[in-house]
Design a protein around this ligand. Structure first.
Ligand code: NAD
Length: 495
């Protein structure tokens, strides 16, 4: 078997970007090992709270001092388009480092980088489409103006599962709105965010608009969420840290947008095309080794088709190739780190001890140099089991059965989350009833985990606050100013 391309002989070293200057941090360095191969692949600064202070000051100077929010939207759009062009030109380099740091298959990283460029192109259009409103109906002597203005300095904190793609779902919209940014990627996957900083520099972005401080959640992430001079935090990650972000935001009442975890139901009705559904279900739970916020991890199937559907899923899970993400035939790569792998295996053990029937998988795989987990399937999952309630963030699917559509809706909604849901059905009435009844921000009917820059994303319940991408992607990063202009004589108040 050929391995393309080769592992790097030495890790690639990166620096932070603050106020237009690239530099190291007093905090030292973080060395990232490839989770699939166990070799060092990158070195990034281990940032400090002092770095965040400097980055916020630079972002504030640029926001107040001009050169970004005030320039014509057409000029901002041109820079965003140029950045998208450069992403495509540097696609292979970006994809390789993304794979080496995250463990995901290289072909998948290439798709994600290409998808990210689409988001940058779309957001460039949004820069020019952004507009306010007028109210010319307030009477002859009055005119009402509603302005959309950039919210200010945004703190952007991102996770490790789709580092470059999630960045593209947020950053170009933030920039299109005219905001300046201090961002912190995950400590596990910082390189492509730093490369994006370089790309923006090449695209002509004025210095200080984008500032990047890499490092751990404590202290870098915490310094961002606590900062008194940041106007808004956009956080994507776990519900646990999202909750602490909301609490921290109270200090200066900063706006918070959150994209958090999910425990996403997949409902299959008795009349569904089971072949199509089985392939979609296997993709939905194994894509990115199950480390997707929208992963379809709870299968709720009509009892009459549980057996044939389970058989099809088992067959496909047995066929899926898991292993070295640099080998093109592999569909599933490594788990991001040992902690996550241990957590997944622990949840599988709980599934077994709490009465779930393990039908396939459940163990760590070779090669032991990396963190690979077998595609895992449980049947007989009930609502009280931990694998039915907690986000596993691994390649683990649990199956439960339902009798009526009302049951299916109740089971699908029996979670504190509301991020995504998938329905497989050939019955229009049933699928619409399910779609209307399930409380989730993103849904798919007869497909799963697809999308595009046009569609808004975000969660109900404890899965988040606000919406990214689509037309709302830019609105999220604006303030609304309401202005009344009086054109007539003043009716004296003092008499
Ligand atoms: P995480 O919450 O541990 O980390 C996310 C980011 O927050 C990282 O950059 C991390 O360094 C930082 N961070 C950690 N502690 C912090 C703190 N106290 N203050 C501020 N920042 C802090 O999540 P993760 O393990 O990187 O990602 C997995 C989680 O993200 C899953 O729960 C997943 O569902 C969720 N996720 C959600 C979406 C979505 O769009 N809804 C997308 C991807 C991931």
């Amino acid at each position: 078997m050929t391995v393309h391309p080769k592992l790097p002989s030495a890790p690639r070293k990166f620096q932070n970007l603050i106020g237009g200057s690239w530099g190291d941090s007093q905090g030292g360095e973080i060395v990232r090992l490839s989770p699939a191969h166990g070799v060092p692949v990158s070195v990034v600064p281990r940032g400090t709270a002092a770095d965040v202070d400097k980055a916020v000051a630079a972002a504030r100077r640029r926001f107040e001092g001009g050169g970004w929010a005030e320039i014509p939207a057409a000029s901002r759009a041109a820079i965003l388009r140029k950045a998208a062009d450069l992403i495509l030109q540097q696609k292979d380099e970006l994809a390789l480092i993304e794979t080496l740091e995250s463990g995901k298959p290289l072909w998948q990283s290439v798709n994600e980088v290409t998808g990210a460029a689409d988001l940058w192109y779309y957001a460039s259009g949004q820069a020019q489409a952004m507009h306010g409103e007028t109210f010319n109906n307030l009477g002859h002597d009055s005119l009402g103006l509603v302005l959309r203005e950039p919210i200010g300095v945004v703190g952007l904190i991102t996770p490790w599962n789709f580092p470059f793609y999630i960045l593209a779902e947020r950053l170009p919209f933030i920039l299109a709105a005219g905001c300046t940014v201090v961002m912190k990627p995950s400590e596990h996957t910082s390189s492509t965010t730093l490369m994006m900083g370089r790309i923006l520099e090449q695209a002509g972005l004025p210095e200080g608009v984008v500032n990047i401080v890499t490092g751990y959640g404590d202290p870098v992430g915490q310094a961002i969420v606590n900062h008194m001079d940041i106007d808004m935090v956009s956080f994507t990650g776990s519900t646990r840290v999202g909750r602490s972000t909301v609490i921290a935001s109270a200090a200066n009442i900063k706006k918070v947008s959150l994209e958090l975890g999910g425990k996403n139901p997949v409902v299959v009705t008795a009349d569904a095309d089971l072949d199509k559904a089985a392939d979609g279900i296997v993709y939905g739970v194994l894509h990115n080794a199950g480390q997707c916020c929208v992963s379809g991890s709870r299968l709720i199937v009509h009892e009459s088709v549980e057996k044939p559907l389970t058989e099809r899923i088992l067959e496909l899970m047995g066929k899926v190739r898991v292993g070295d993400p640099l080998v093109p035939e592999n569909r599933v790569g490594a788990i991001v780190n040992e902690t996550q792998m241990t957590r997944i295996l622990g949840l599988i053990d709980q599934g077994k001890s709490q009465g779930g029937k393990l039908v396939t998988g459940g163990a760590r795989m070779e090669p032991r140099a990396g963190y690979f987990v077998e595609p895992t399937l449980f049947t007989g999952v009930t609502r009280d089991m931990t694998i039915a309630r907690e986000e596993v963030f691994g390649p683990v699917l649990g199956i439960s059965t339902f009798r009526s559509t009302a049951d299916a809706i109740r089971m699908a909604n029996d979670t504190e989350y509301g991020l995504a849901a998938t329905i497989w059905s050939s019955d229009l009435r049933k699928s619409m009833d399910l779609m209307r009844g399930i409380r989730a921000g993103r849904m798919w009917i007869n497909t799963t985990i697809t999308g595009g820059p046009e569609m808004p994303i975000g969660g109900y319940k404890q899965s988040g606050l606000g919406r990214e991408t689509g037309p709302s992607g830019i609105d999220e990063y604006t303030e609304v100013k309401s202005v009344i202009v009086d054109l007539g004589a003043r009716q004296p108040w003092v008499i």
